[in-house]
Design a protein around this ligand. Structure first.
Ligand code: ATP
Ligand code: MG
Length: 439
């Protein structure tokens, strides 16, 4: 029983008291996507394992250690998506979206699954807001993409995030760089972890991203990819910086950023916070010009980023950022007796048809308990109706903020009268707060 009732390790329930935060972040994400011209894509929670082995790269931590892979009843190897980019590329290739007008700009809000050691900001099921742009090789696309992340953080009211930027070149510059890295790490061969020894031949750059303390210490003095950029990659990187400068987006060039996934080329970046502990990277992204081709499509330049929602929430809480309050019940109808309950049902239906947030008693409580409940849920107004009120076709409307009561008709004019009273109460509230301000 105890096992059944506890959520699996590394997962999180989002309770009603917290879900408003998620909704706010999702709204801001959708707003950002809209004003930058990105459209939503939704893809399956699981894919063929092969997609991530090829797409994310089989020398990465994600593929080697973190995937939730299982065989389904038909004997296929299936994996819960560990990230959204490979799924996005698979979706556009399966559905021929690259034949539409380019650039193709897509976003997703989705859950991801990685078998990691759970800790603050690191879960086994987590959520990402991702933006992906296909069909531009130009540095302006990199800068505009970064600007969209920056805009998103501004809309959320987050401050103090550091943008760290690097270029990891193209396969051409990578050849020379790999040689230099191999030479460097081969000399320290004995101290590297087992995974990294395996990476030495296949993909020495992955060693730079190893989380083992010994490997990361050794990696600190390794040759930097930025010193090996070919002319084209170097110019590209400089132009990205020029565009960012023109938009007033601050950044620092950090030659140690290589990113954890294999598909990146040229620009890579992270937005990092120093206020949420070790898991400070809120956003990671970059250009991945080779991925579409690797997954079987025509050569298509592309770039994107993903933002971890849980880390974002941790950060916003650490900064005491203001989340909008959830909407409160505008009117609560408190019936006494069966006849009044029927009337209450009709009234809340009519109110909701006009767009009001209206509730009535569902549990047959007495009037005192109903008032207590209305207070608890923060209802703005309450109308109590019983047989007398129905007979007189009028009742008292109680303003729960001021405590004032006034007569309201229960006839056809009810909604109009309620609307007027709500409006005048709101005006009075504004006036009294102004008075308080000027006192
Ligand atoms: P890290 O170095 O922290 O493991 P990563 O390079 O594996 O991050 P990405 O694959 O780039 O992360 O994912 C993008 C974003 O998704 C991260 O910046 C982070 O905000 C979030 N993220 C990644 N893994 C997790 C996780 N296990 N739990 C919560 N958020 C995560
Ligand atoms: Mg990781």
């Amino acid at each position: 029983m105890a096992v059944m009732l506890s959520a699996p390790r590394g997962t999180q329930d989002v309770l009603p008291s917290q879900s408003g935060k998620w909704q706010f972040i999702e709204e801001c994400a959708r707003k950002t996507a809209t004003v930058f011209g990105f459209k939503e894509v939704r893809f399956p929670t699981f894919e063929h394992t092969e997609l991530f082995c090829r797409g994310v790269g089989d020398t990465t931590d994600v593929v080697q250690k973190e995937m939730y892979t299982f065989e389904d009843k038909g004997g296929r190897s299936i994996t819960l998506r560990p990230e959204g980019t490979a799924s996005t590329v698979r979706t556009i290739l399966s559905n021929g979206l690259l034949s539409e007008a380019l650039p193709l700009k897509l976003y997703y809000l989705t859950s991801c699954f990685r078998y990691e050691k759970p800790q603050a900001g690191r879960l086994r099921e987590f959520h990402q807001f991702g933006m992906e742009c296909f069909g531009s090789a130009e540095p302006i696309a990199d800068a505009q993409l970064i600007a969209s992340a920056s805009y998103f953080f501004k809309v959320l009211g987050i401050s103090g995030l550091k943008l760290e930027l690097n270029s990891i070149g193209c396969p051409e510059c990578r050849k020379k760089y790999h040689e230099a890295l191999k030479k460097y790490f081969e000399e320290k061969n004995e101290s590297l972890c087992e995974t990294c020894i395996g990476r030495l031949e296949k993909n020495p750059m992955r060693i730079l991203d190893c989380k083992s303390p010994v490997c990361s210490e050794i990696a600190k003095d390794a040759p930097k990819v930025i010193d090996y950029l070919c002319d084209e990659c170097d110019t590209h990187f400089k132009k990205v910086q020029q565009y960012l400068d023109a938009m007033g987006i601050e950044y620092t060039v950090n030659p140690n950023i290589v990113r954890g996934l294999d598909y990146y080329t040229k620009t890579v970046f992270e937005f990092v916070s120093s206020s949420i502990g070790a898991q400070g990277t809120v956003c990671g992204g970059g250009r991945y010009d080779g991925l579409v081709e690797t997954l079987g499509g025509a050569k298509t330049c592309a770039l994107g980023y993903a933002i971890g929602i849980e880390r974002l929430i941790l950060l916003m809480q650490a900064q005491e950022a203001a989340f909008p309050e959830s909407k409160k019940c505008e009117i609560y109808i408190a019936p006494m007796g069966e006849k009044a309950s029927v009337k209450a049902c009709k009234m809340v239906s009519a109110l909701r048809d006009e767009g009001f947030f209206a509730e009535c008693d569902l549990v047959g409580r007495g009037i005192k308990a109903q008032m207590k409940y209305a207070n608890k849920i923060g209802a703005e107004f309450v109308v109590v109706i019983g047989d007398n009120e129905i007979e007189e076709n009028s009742a008292n409307l109680k303003d729960m903020n001021s405590g004032e009561e006034s007569k309201i008709s229960l006839g056809d004019s009810f909604i109009k009268e309620f609307y007027d009273k709500k409006l005048s109460a709101a005006c009075n509230n504004v006036l009294s707060s102004l008075e308080n301000l000027t006192k």
